[in-house]
Design a protein around this ligand. Structure first.
Ligand code: NDP
Length: 430
């Protein structure tokens, strides 16, 4: 039985979905209780109060399952935490088409994070660079000494690079930044590399003849990239009104648009981040860090570009390629502290950080495909609006079975506005 394909899952009630999951995965009563009490209920006020400051309550978002995902020949059901209608359905739908082409293939760089140490007031930046690089072995050993347990796990310092930001001159003292490259294994690594940066900053400044400045990781994690590819057969792109070739060429043209225009690239990448963020959030990872890395990487050569591009691939199939930094962990941070995030890791089969990163990027590529396919055909609004209608119905006060009823009427009228939903509701509540 394929784990990631659950036919007609969307037709089931929430309770029936729990039963379905229990049958497919090794869920126990505690897991079921977390699902039944809601993601919100899984985090006690006490736990929340220990996580952040000035807590007054907890905040809930929907948690759904992205289906049909197959990455590197392995099936996944993908928990996605997101408030926007259609994100989960769209990703699941695109994953199904990709599955027809063999699924996603992905690879990940080693989990190398960059810690930056700024050094100011450097009298001669050329001499400082030479002095620092000459002590590479001593400095790497000092980095490792700051993170002994990570070294025992197989991680630790992997390199030192020096960049001159301001060359010393008679007008201005020099400014250097030293990059400490650290293998963080399965952790996101921010705290770890910050510790490393703190531990060697004074020695670096001494070697440079300057003063230590900032000591913190860079979120432009370009040593920790993931790459995902998919091939979609034409029959999987075909719709009632459009041939597979027509859809493929439309997606390629949409990709070219994003490659040529940063205004379009921003929206193209937002579509990717719809899927990426939903999984990052569900797993308790730091989505601001992933977002910062994604957009900085998209603009790395001075022009903002799409993170994924689409072309005609082998055999005329549609080929998608995505590359982005992926700074996520499966240990540390909130990933183990939040009971809901722990359950999500279980649903995912307890992946390591690299595997999780490749899966997240695959969900991003699926989200992108789905948006471009819709845009290249009948436009995004048709599919979007029927799901959006449910939110509008709820905003108008509908609950239970009335949500579907009011949403259906709004969609049939082709008028998904609050005012119209209120008028429909008035009929049912009069
Ligand atoms: P932690 O500080 O929680 O460190 C990771 C922990 O995981 C360590 O305690 C480590 O144990 C443990 N661990 C267990 N197994 C492994 C393994 N296989 N591989 C690696 N570590 C393991 O988290 P991070 O350093 O990952 O930092 C992430 C947090 O930092 C997030 O909450 C993030 O929001 C925050 N942050 C982000 C910033 C940014 O993005 N700019 C800035 C500052 C913080 P041991 O100690 O024994 O090695």
């Amino acid at each position: 039985m394929s784990v990631s394909r659950i036919p007609r899952f969307y037709k089931l009630s929430v309770e029936e979905r729990h039963v379905e999951l229990r049958g497919r995965l090794d869920l126990d009563d505690d897991d079921l209780r977390i699902l039944e009490s809601g993601w919100h209920g899984s985090l006690s006020i006490d736990a929340a109060n220990n996580m952040v400051e000035n807590v007054i309550s907890t905040h809930a978002l929907p948690l759904g399952l992205g289906l049909n995902f197959r990455v590197n020949d392995r099936d996944y059901i993908v928990p996605m935490c997101v408030e926007e209608p259609s994100v989960i359905a769209a990703a699941s739908n695109a994953a199904k088409s990709v599955r027809d082409g063999g699924g996603f293939t992905a690879d990940a760089d080693p989990p190398i994070m960059i810690a930056q140490v700024q050094i100011v007031g450097v009298p001669d930046t050329n001499v400082a660079c030479v002095e620092i690089l000459a002590r590479r072995a001593e400095l790497m050993a000092a980095c490792d000494a700051a993170i002994p347990s990570l070294v025992r796990r197989g991680g630790g310092a992997r390199g030192i690079e020096v960049r001159t930001l301001v060359a010393s001159s008679e007008h201005e003292p020099g400014m250097l930044v030293v990059h400490l490259l650290v293998d963080c294994q399965d952790a996101m690594g921010a705290n770890m590399v910050n510790t490393v940066a703190e531990s060697v900053a004074r020695r670096l400044a001494e070697l440079a003849g300057g003063e230590p400045g900032l000591r913190i990781l860079s979120n432009l994690a370009d040593r920790r990239l993931v790459r995902v590819r998919c091939l979609v057969p034409l029959h999987a792109l075909e719709t009632k009104n459009f041939s597979g070739e027509r859809v493929r060429d439309g997606v390629v043209a949409a990709s070219r648009f994003a490659e040529l225009d940063p205004y379009r690239a921003a929206t193209h990448n937002k579509g990717i981040m719809n899927g990426v963020d939903a999984v990052v959030l569900a797993t308790g990872n730091d989505w601001r860090g992933v977002e910062a890395g994604a957009h900085a990487y998209a603009a790395r050569d001075g022009r903002y570009r799409p993170l994924a591009i689409w072309r005609v691939g082998p055999g005329g199939m549609l080929q998608g390629d995505l590359e982005m930094p992926m700074v996520v962990g499966t240990v540390g941070g909130t990933t183990r502290a939040h009971p809901g995030a722990r359950l999500v890791m279980k649903l995912l089969g307890h992946p390591g950080a690299a595997e999780l990163g490749m899966l997240i990027a695959s969900v991003g590529l699926a989200s992108n495909l789905s948006a471009l396919r819709a845009l290249a055909c009948e436009g995004i609004q048709r599919g979007h609006m029927s799901l959006h209608a449910r939110s509008v119905a709820m905003n108008a006060g509908a609950s239970g079975a009335l949500v579907e009823q009011v949403a259906r009427e709004l969609s049939e009228l082709g008028d998904v506005r609050l005012e119209r939903a209120v008028a429909i509701m008035a009929r049912y509540t009069a």
